[in-house]
Write a protein that binds this ligand. Structure first.
Ligand code: ADP
Ligand code: MG
Length: 363
């Protein structure tokens, strides 16, 4: 049993959930560490909510196991799992004040009035709402209501907090503020957070690790920078950030680098597996890792180069965004920080582009 930290550890072992012939979760295995901020990220319908509901105990798995601190909880009712939960739609009781909403789980657990008042006061401070306890939900803004829901989820000091798209209903500015606050709260409490979102930027900003879900399965799990820099599949490369995809044919392997024919040039890429010569593959690279390279760049073995034509040029404030056509006909996106000192490219212009082999992944 892992009870060392303030946070619970959670192990999902080949977890499945089917409804009639519909499979919502198709075999998820995941080890979430004590005190970790783990995000389930995936498109709508990928099985995030169902996975979370099974951890909370509101859905029963069709097969597989869930262990909290090393102990199977599949047969345990939700209230005994002692898990905090926050939903997208707040789910506050409209006829109760903020303080009574927050105190509700304490009442359920038999805490006395004085103890409840003390814990509710502490929780209101943790979510930056001191003095708002006597207001009713309708007298609070969306962001404030979500803070009350958050306070209610942590007031009984659970070791695990589950959140299902908690910021989904809020506007961008508020969402970004609350993202930072959730990070801070996570650090202060030291408990385990499992957070669900379909927003890749939110996942990258907040998480210690991200599990990318697709069609009821975990496509890849890792730290945000690892997933971004080393996507293991075309799905992950496309879902997490923006990616260029270039079809290529493998010519050979030099050390750990794949050498491929691509868009009329030789392109080198990193690759975890070992493709065979002649294999048709897809190479991927991020738009912000590509640079215009006329003249000044040395052609080295660690740089890829291509000749392209500019087909679209957009000034977007902090950066310029170009659509380029490569020799083989593929469209590529290049993003460049904007600067008055950099010459802007015009549509129709020919250009050389370069990017690092380390930023080129075979997926
Ligand atoms: P997400 O939260 O990633 O959007 P869900 O876990 O809600 O995904 O749903 C996964 C899939 O399971 C979806 O195709 C959804 O329609 C289906 N599903 C979820 N709950 C039920 C249910 N109670 N009955 C039938 N199908 C369901
Ligand atoms: Mg959902």
């Amino acid at each position: 049993m892992d009870g060392a930290g303030r946070g619970a550890s959670v192990s999902l072992n080949d977890l499945k959930k089917s409804y009639d012939r519909m499979t919502a979760v198709a075999g998820v295995s995941l080890d979430i560490r004590s005190g970790e901020f783990l995000t389930l990220l995936g498109p709508s319908g990928s099985g995030k909510t169902t996975t979370l509901m099974m951890i909370a105990g509101f859905e029963t798995p069709t097969s597989g196991d869930i262990a909290i601190d090393g102990k199977s909880v599949v047969a345990m009712p939700p209230y005994r799992r002692n898990i905090g939960m926050v939903f997208q739609n707040y789910a506050l009781f409209p006829h109760l004040t903020a303080a009574d909403n927050i105190g509700f789980p304490l009442k359920q657990r038999g805490f006395g009035k004085a103890e409840r008042a003390k814990l509710v006061g502490e929780a209101l401070e943790l979510v930056h709402l001191p003095g708002h306890g006597e207001r009713y939900p309708r007298q609070l803004s969306g962001g404030q209501q979500q803070r009350v829901a958050l306070a209610r989820a942590i007031v009984f000091k659970p070791r695990l907090l589950l959140m299902d798209e908690p910021l989904g209903a809020l506007d961008k500015q508020l969402r970004e503020n609350l993202q930072l606050e959730m990070r801070r709260l996570h650090a202060d409490l030291g408990i385990t957070f499992i957070y669900v979102t379909h927003d890749q930027e939110e996942a990258l900003t907040m998480s210690d690790r991200i599990a990318v879900m697709n069609a009821g399965l975990v496509a890849q799990v890792g730290r945000p920078e690892d997933l971004y820099d080393r996507p293991g599949s075309r799905f992950v490369a496309g879902f997490l950030g923006e990616s260029n995809f270039l079809p290529a044919i493998v010519r050979g392997i030099e050390d750990d680098v794949v050498v491929a024919d691509c868009e009329g040039a030789i392109i080198r890429a990193l690759c975890p597996g070992r493709p065979a010569t002649g294999d048709k593959v897809m190479l991927t690279t991020r738009p912000e890792r590509i640079r215009f390279a006329d003249g000044g760049w040395n052609s080295t073995a660690s740089q890829n180069r291509l000749s392209v034509t500019v087909t679209e040029a957009v000034f977007a404030g902090e950066r310029c965004r170009y659509i380029l056509q490569a020799g083989g006909g593929s469209a590529m996106v290049l993003k460049e920080p904007s600067s008055a000192a950099i010459r802007r490219r015009a549509v129709g212009e020919r250009a050389e582009i370069a990017w690092s082999v380390a930023d080129t992944i075979l997926v």
